[in-house]
Design a protein around this ligand. Structure first.
Ligand code: SF4
Length: 342
């Protein structure tokens, strides 16, 4: 079971940067979050509201997550104020973990001591790319080496580490995005999020896009690339917890161009399952009968939009003699094959 996550947005706070793709307010939204700059009282109020919601007993644990902005770039007093608001709930055992997100260059041993003191145990880093040229063209303001060192330091100090990576930024290529995935995976974060770059209104990318100096990935290419990146993380047994930005009305109003789809992750999963199935089924001996196990939660992704993947597999003659089993116990994103006879 997943924990109940109590989101508290501190959009763009603590961040003097303006990365070319960023419109932090749009990305994080602020509905029900206490606005852009929640006070200590507002943080408590948000936590109380979520803890009182029906159905929370069914979740495993409670996590307070400070989303958006660069938490450790905030003034130390402000960090303490926000974290202090969570402490009574931790002491009472009503909140189990605290998560923050930040930039790699805002991580050092002193910062991590403060986080530890306030029971922060999960840190998500915006890595985006480990290619120096892509970082520079995206005006990230930190180096690839800083990003690698930040992940290593967090791992050394025993934090749970999340890494956010992007593909399709200025200067990015398929090869560079795949190298980033390989390098990030080698640093063994606990989980990753993969986002294709979108052109958001009032972002630097919008000006480049309108001048014709930036072309975003098509939806097809973004799905294909994210699927390949996911395979790298799967191979290293690193959980991919999200692909594509969380859909929202605010985000949809801000997207000028780029591979936005409200069910982007589902499209990637669908392609991923289709390719796996095609590979397995092409390899079997002629006349061999097979049972293909698919997680029940993946059934619609496996079938594809309008049953498209099933039609393609059938069109290739690959479904003859195949029994499909949608299994509630099976792990998502993977297929299991059992030979029935030949
Ligand atoms: S560091 Fe993060 S919050 Fe700051 S501009 Fe870049 S993406 Fe936005």
């Amino acid at each position: 079971m997943t924990p109940l996550v109590i989101p508290i947005f501190i959009a763009h706070q603590g961040c003097p940067h303006r990365c070319i793709f960023c419109d932090q307010f749009t990305i994080s939204g602020s509905a029900g979050s206490g606005g852009l700059s929640p006070s200590r009282l507002e943080v408590s109020r948000i936590i109380e509201l979520w803890l009182d919601r029906p159905g929370r007993q069914r979740k495993s644990g409670v996590q307070v997550a400070f989303y958006g902005g660069s938490f450790t770039g905030l003034h130390r007093r402000r960090q303490e104020e926000l974290l202090d608001a969570v402490q009574p709930y931790i002491r009472e055992g009503r909140v189990d973990s605290v998560r923050i997100s930040t930039r790699p260059d805002y991580i050092d041993p002193a910062v991590l001591s403060l986080l530890r003191e306030y029971s922060v145990n999960i840190v998500e880093l915006g890595i985006q790319s480990l290619d120096q040229e892509v970082l520079e063209l995206s005006r990230r303001g930190h180096t690839a080496q800083q990003a690698e060192e930040a992940i290593s330091l967090l791992r050394q100090k025993g934090f749970t580490v999340g890494a956010q990576v992007m593909c399709g930024l200025p200067g990015d290529t398929t090869a560079k995005a795949m190298q980033t995935a390989e390098k990030v995976a080698a640093l063994t974060p606990d989980f990753v999020r993969i986002y294709p770059a979108l052109v958001l209104r009032e972002s630097g990318l919008e000006s480049m896009f309108r001048r014709g100096t930036y072309r975003p990935l098509s939806l097809f290419r973004a799905v294909a690339l994210c699927s390949r990146m996911k395979i790298v993380f799967d191979r290293h047994r690193i959980r991919v917890v999200r692909m594509g930005l969380q859909p929202s009305r605010e985000l949809e109003e801000k997207v000028v161009a780029g591979p936005y789809h409200p069910a982007f992750g589902e499209l990637v999963l669908s392609r991923h399952l289709f390719k796996q199935a095609r590979k397995v089924l092409r390899r079997r001996e002629p006349e061999q009968k097979l049972r293909l196990g698919i997680a029940a939660a993946d059934e619609s992704a496996f079938r594809g939009r309008n049953n498209g993947s099933m039609k393609k597999l059938a069109g290739l003659g690959l479904l003859n003699g195949v029994e499909l089993v949608f299994d509630r116990k099976q792990q998502r994103g993977q297929l299991q094959t059992v030979t029935l006879s030949s």
